[in-house]
Structure formats: C-alpha cells, structure tokens
Ligand binder design. Sequence first.
Ligand SMILES: [Fe+2]
Ligand SMILES: [Fe+2]
Length: 179
Amino acid sequence: MMPIGPLMKEHRLIEKVIAVMREEAEKIQVYNKVDPIVIETIVDFIRMYADRTHHGKEEDILFRDLNNKELSSEHKNTMEELVQEHVWARETTGSLVEAKEDYESGNKGALDKMVALLNKLTEFYPKHIKKEDKDFFIPVMDYFSEEAQDKMLDEFWDFDKQLIHEKYEKVYENLKRKV
Ligand SMILES: [Fe+2]
Ligand SMILES: [Fe+2]
C-alpha cells in the first residue's frame, strides 16, 4: 500500500463527521439551542483525529520528507497552501470552542457564531480534502521510491500508535481539572 492509502481513508471518516456537523448546524438554527456536549465531541474529533492524527502525519512525515525533495513550483505552492489551511482550521476550531464557552456562560448570541463557524468548517474541509486527493497526494508519490514509500507507511503506523496514549493522557488531564 502507498502511504497516501491511510491518509485517503482518514479523509473518508472526516467527510462523514463533516456531514454530521452540517446537520448539527441546521438543528441549532431550527431549535435555537445547542447541546454543548455535541460541540465538544465535534471539537475533540477535529483536534485529535483530523488535526493531530491526520494533519500530523501529513505535516510531520509526508510534508517533512517532501521538503527535502526538489519539488515543482506547483507542488511547492500547493504544499504551502495546505499547511496554511491546516493553520486556518486550527484557529477556526479554537474560535468554535470560545463560542461554545461563551454560550455556556449565558450569551445566547453565541449560537449564531457557532453556526457560522460550523458552516465555515464544513465548507472548508471538502475543498481541502479534494485538493489533496485530486491534485497532490498521487502526483507527489513520484518523488519517492517504492522503498521510501514503504518506510513512510511504517512511520505512519508508528505515529498512529503513540496517539492512543496521547489521547488518554489528555483525558486524564481534563478529568483532573474537572474533578
Ligand atoms: Fe491536510
Ligand atoms: Fe488531509
């Protein structure tokens, strides 16, 4: 399997959650209220899976190795755009957390902000994923030999293995704060 195999598979799960986020944004508007737990679960998915697990492998392994290659200007530009887009997604998710906290502290006006941020994220991810799937992942594999691709895939699996521990370290820290 090429190392982009797991990345593309992860895109499919991200798309499914994006569909749920779209539904949630509509529901918030219809009922004029939100279940903060749903927003927390969405944020946890984006931060831990879409960003840490998925963007993590893209940036810390694939893009790191591509940085050592003589990339075409097109691929170089696309990679820079993708990194910037990851930064944007992180910031927008942070704003969603702030809006949720604002709502919980009694500001009902934060509902509209949450809907707007959910809509921004659900518009963003499919475009970002399409750019990677259609214009980037497959062509950039040509910069790597089959052996280098196998090595990258192994590094991906090792990267994933650490994350379950990282995730539950965070669960512990949160729990300690709350109890
Ligand atoms: Fe990405
Ligand atoms: Fe991606």
